[in-house]
Design a protein around this ligand. Structure first.
Ligand code: NAP
Length: 293
């Protein structure tokens, strides 16, 4: 069994991005600038945004954090999105999800200019991804594809089971892996909460992407020997072992599943750091105007 070290690969990618930033700035292009909108003070969202801001510093990007209280109106949030759309110094921005229930998430995402949508959530970017056109690919699936590539994990002809069909992880992941590309060409089964006899699918899988948000859902008896397992799940559970009082749990029962795997990602230190690296990569593309010229 080989552990896939997402932290290491993410740092390598960040080093490459930092070199590229120096190069483009030397050529007269301005410093890349990523902005993030954060609503409320959910612990998880605070941590994710803080990591993204810190990563910006590591690679030499400028970053701006715009905070709103939980009770911000949809109108005020749309205005903030519009201001960022029209601010020439901002290359790309994200609105950290989830948003409070009184805000229509789709409306906010659709208000983001596709050329600045470095999370790749806007319908234009999703549609372009499906059609194989230049776009920002949603950061988590993009990071996972990068991990498979770095560890030279063959995908062509493999049977991949994706568990979870969210717009930000499961669905785009299933599309990317089914594409007629070097890092695709899988036969993909997309499972969700209405899937019957899930174990009959997972037992046949060469690659399993677990993205459902239920800690330790995938057990040892659900996978075959030699499987590749990518654990996307990050559920914060109360813990007495950490200073923060929380611990991140993946969707995979690691102790049972890992011994049967050829490759597996840990939580933390697997997919999470790659999501951040992919967001930086998308922001660099935005600064270089490589996708939307
Ligand atoms: P989500 O929007 O809540 O979607 C969960 C998906 O899992 C849904 O499609 C749901 O099916 C499916 N599901 C729920 N129970 C199931 C069951 N018993 N059997 C099979 N499928 C089931 O979640 P998400 O946003 O994709 O996130 C998933 C996990 O990944 C969360 O832990 C999240 O924190 C984590 N995440 C991590 C990163 C990272 O960078 N590491 C990034 C994004 C998300 P239905 O569609 O039928 O409801």
């Amino acid at each position: 069994m080989q552990l896939i070290d997402g932290k290491k690969i993410s740092l390598q990618l960040q080093e490459e991005i930092a070199i590229e930033v120096k190069k483009i700035m030397a050529s007269g292009i301005k410093q890349p600038h990523l902005a993030a909108i954060l609503v409320g003070n959910d612990g998880g969202s605070e941590t994710y945004v803080a990591s993204k801001i810190k990563a910006c510093e590591n690679v030499g990007f400028k970053s701006t954090l715009i905070r709103f209280p939980d009770n911000v109106s949809e109108e005020d949030l749309l205005k903030a999105v519009n201001d960022l759309n029209n601010n020439d110094d901002i290359d790309g921005f994200i609105v950290q999800l989830p948003l409070p229930r009184h805000i229509n998430e789709h409306k906010i995402i659709e208000a983001i200019k596709p050329s600045k949508d470095v999370d790749g959530f806007h319908p234009i970017n999703v549609g372009r991804m499906v059609l194989n056109l230049p776009c920002y690919v949603s950061a988590t699936p993009y990071g996972i594809v990068h991990l498979l590539e770095k560890y030279k994990i063959e995908t062509t002809g493999k049977h991949c089971v994706v568990i979870g069909r969210s717009h930000i992880v499961g669905s785009p992941m299933s599309i990317l892996l089914a594409k007629n590309t070097e890092l695709g060409n899988c036969t993909v089964t997309l499972c969700h909460s209405k899937t019957k006899d899930l174990i009959s699918h997972t037992l046949k899988a060469d690659i399993i992407i677990c993205a459902l948000g239920i800690p330790e859902f995938l057990k040892g008896n659900m996978v075959k020997d030699g499987v590749v397992v990518i654990d996307v799940g990050t559920t914060r559970v109360v813990s007495t072992e950490t200073k923060s009082g929380f611990k991140l749990k993946g969707d995979v029962m690691f102790n049972e599943v890992a011994p049967k795997c050829s490759f597996i990602t840990p939580v933390p230190g697997g997919v999470g750091p790659m999501t951040i690296a992919s967001l930086l990569k998308n922001t660099l593309l935005a600064a270089k105007k490589e996708i939307y010229k």
